[in-house]
Design a protein around this ligand. Structure first.
Ligand SMILES: [Zn+2]
Length: 130
Protein backbone atom coordinates (compact mmCIF):
# COMPACT_ATOMS: atom_id res chain seq x y z
CA UNK A 1 0.00 0.00 0.00
CA UNK A 2 2.82 2.35 -0.95
CA UNK A 3 0.40 4.60 -2.75
CA UNK A 4 -1.17 5.58 0.57
CA UNK A 5 0.67 7.66 3.12
CA UNK A 6 0.59 6.70 6.80
CA UNK A 7 -1.33 9.89 7.39
CA UNK A 8 -3.99 8.96 4.82
CA UNK A 9 -4.39 5.51 6.30
CA UNK A 10 -4.65 6.91 9.81
CA UNK A 11 -7.37 9.32 8.72
CA UNK A 12 -9.33 6.53 7.02
CA UNK A 13 -8.83 4.31 10.05
CA UNK A 14 -10.22 7.00 12.34
CA UNK A 15 -13.19 7.47 10.07
CA UNK A 16 -13.91 3.75 10.15
CA UNK A 17 -13.66 3.65 13.94
CA UNK A 18 -16.12 6.54 14.16
CA UNK A 19 -18.48 4.85 11.71
CA UNK A 20 -18.20 1.63 13.70
CA UNK A 21 -19.20 3.38 16.93
CA UNK A 22 -22.15 4.95 15.14
CA UNK A 23 -23.29 1.61 13.72
CA UNK A 24 -22.95 -0.16 17.06
CA UNK A 25 -25.05 2.57 18.64
CA UNK A 26 -27.73 2.20 15.96
CA UNK A 27 -27.84 -1.57 16.35
CA UNK A 28 -28.03 -1.22 20.11
CA UNK A 29 -30.82 1.38 20.00
CA UNK A 30 -32.81 -0.64 17.49
CA UNK A 31 -32.44 -3.74 19.62
CA UNK A 32 -33.74 -1.89 22.66
CA UNK A 33 -36.70 -0.60 20.72
CA UNK A 34 -37.52 -4.09 19.48
CA UNK A 35 -37.10 -5.46 22.98
CA UNK A 36 -39.64 -2.95 24.31
CA UNK A 37 -42.13 -4.03 21.65
CA UNK A 38 -41.57 -7.67 22.55
CA UNK A 39 -42.05 -6.95 26.25
CA UNK A 40 -45.46 -5.39 25.66
CA UNK A 41 -47.42 -7.93 23.65
CA UNK A 42 -50.73 -6.25 24.56
CA UNK A 43 -49.69 -3.13 22.74
CA UNK A 44 -49.29 -5.25 19.63
CA UNK A 45 -52.77 -6.77 19.86
CA UNK A 46 -54.67 -4.36 17.70
CA UNK A 47 -56.58 -5.56 14.67
CA UNK A 48 -54.84 -7.74 12.14
CA UNK A 49 -53.77 -4.66 10.19
CA UNK A 50 -51.91 -3.13 13.12
CA UNK A 51 -50.25 -6.40 13.83
CA UNK A 52 -48.96 -6.84 10.33
CA UNK A 53 -47.70 -3.27 10.31
CA UNK A 54 -45.89 -3.90 13.58
CA UNK A 55 -44.44 -7.08 12.13
CA UNK A 56 -43.39 -5.22 9.02
CA UNK A 57 -41.59 -2.63 11.12
CA UNK A 58 -39.83 -5.37 13.08
CA UNK A 59 -38.85 -7.12 9.85
CA UNK A 60 -37.56 -3.83 8.53
CA UNK A 61 -35.46 -3.18 11.61
CA UNK A 62 -34.07 -6.71 11.38
CA UNK A 63 -33.17 -6.00 7.78
CA UNK A 64 -31.54 -2.71 8.75
CA UNK A 65 -29.67 -4.41 11.57
CA UNK A 66 -28.50 -7.05 9.12
CA UNK A 67 -27.14 -4.34 6.85
CA UNK A 68 -25.44 -2.58 9.77
CA UNK A 69 -23.86 -5.82 10.93
CA UNK A 70 -22.69 -6.50 7.39
CA UNK A 71 -21.07 -3.06 7.29
CA UNK A 72 -19.52 -3.61 10.73
CA UNK A 73 -18.02 -6.83 9.40
CA UNK A 74 -16.60 -4.99 6.40
CA UNK A 75 -15.14 -2.29 8.64
CA UNK A 76 -13.50 -4.93 10.82
CA UNK A 77 -12.09 -6.63 7.74
CA UNK A 78 -10.69 -3.30 6.53
CA UNK A 79 -9.13 -2.62 9.96
CA UNK A 80 -7.52 -6.07 9.85
CA UNK A 81 -6.12 -5.25 6.41
CA UNK A 82 -4.63 -2.04 7.84
CA UNK A 83 -3.06 -4.02 10.68
CA UNK A 84 -1.69 -6.59 8.22
CA UNK A 85 -0.44 -3.96 5.81
CA UNK A 86 -2.60 -5.15 2.93
CA UNK A 87 -5.01 -2.23 3.07
CA UNK A 88 -5.67 -0.48 -0.22
CA UNK A 89 -4.77 -3.58 -2.24
CA UNK A 90 -7.51 -5.11 -4.35
CA UNK A 91 -8.36 -8.55 -2.99
CA UNK A 92 -9.30 -9.78 -6.44
CA UNK A 93 -6.47 -8.61 -8.71
CA UNK A 94 -3.86 -7.50 -6.17
CA UNK A 95 -3.68 -4.05 -7.74
CA UNK A 96 -3.80 -0.74 -5.91
CA UNK A 97 -7.23 0.62 -5.03
CA UNK A 98 -7.50 4.23 -6.10
CA UNK A 99 -7.11 6.52 -3.10
CA UNK A 100 -10.12 8.59 -4.18
CA UNK A 101 -12.18 5.41 -4.04
CA UNK A 102 -10.90 4.74 -0.51
CA UNK A 103 -11.69 8.31 0.49
CA UNK A 104 -15.27 7.77 -0.66
CA UNK A 105 -15.50 4.24 0.68
CA UNK A 106 -12.80 3.33 3.21
CA UNK A 107 -14.08 -0.25 3.48
CA UNK A 108 -13.56 -0.93 -0.23
CA UNK A 109 -11.80 -4.26 -0.67
CA UNK A 110 -11.63 -4.18 -4.45
CA UNK A 111 -10.60 -1.76 -7.16
CA UNK A 112 -13.36 -0.23 -9.26
CA UNK A 113 -12.85 -2.66 -12.13
CA UNK A 114 -13.03 -5.76 -9.92
CA UNK A 115 -15.93 -4.35 -7.90
CA UNK A 116 -17.96 -3.79 -11.07
CA UNK A 117 -17.12 -7.32 -12.17
CA UNK A 118 -18.00 -8.70 -8.73
CA UNK A 119 -21.34 -6.89 -8.67
CA UNK A 120 -22.14 -8.24 -12.11
CA UNK A 121 -21.65 -11.81 -10.93
CA UNK A 122 -23.20 -11.38 -7.47
CA UNK A 123 -25.92 -8.78 -8.02
CA UNK A 124 -28.73 -11.25 -8.68
CA UNK A 125 -27.65 -13.78 -6.13
CA UNK A 126 -30.27 -12.89 -3.50
CA UNK A 127 -33.04 -12.25 -6.04
CA UNK A 128 -35.02 -15.35 -6.91
CA UNK A 129 -34.89 -16.12 -10.59
CA UNK A 130 -38.18 -16.18 -12.46
ZN1 LIG B 1 -8.89 -5.34 -8.77
Amino acid sequence: MEHLSKEQIRTLEERMHARKRQLLEEVHERRERTAVEDAEPNAMLGDAGDESVARMITDLSIQETGRDIEELREIDAALVRIAEGSYGVCESCGGEIDERRLEAQPIAARCITCQAQWEKTHAHKSTPTL
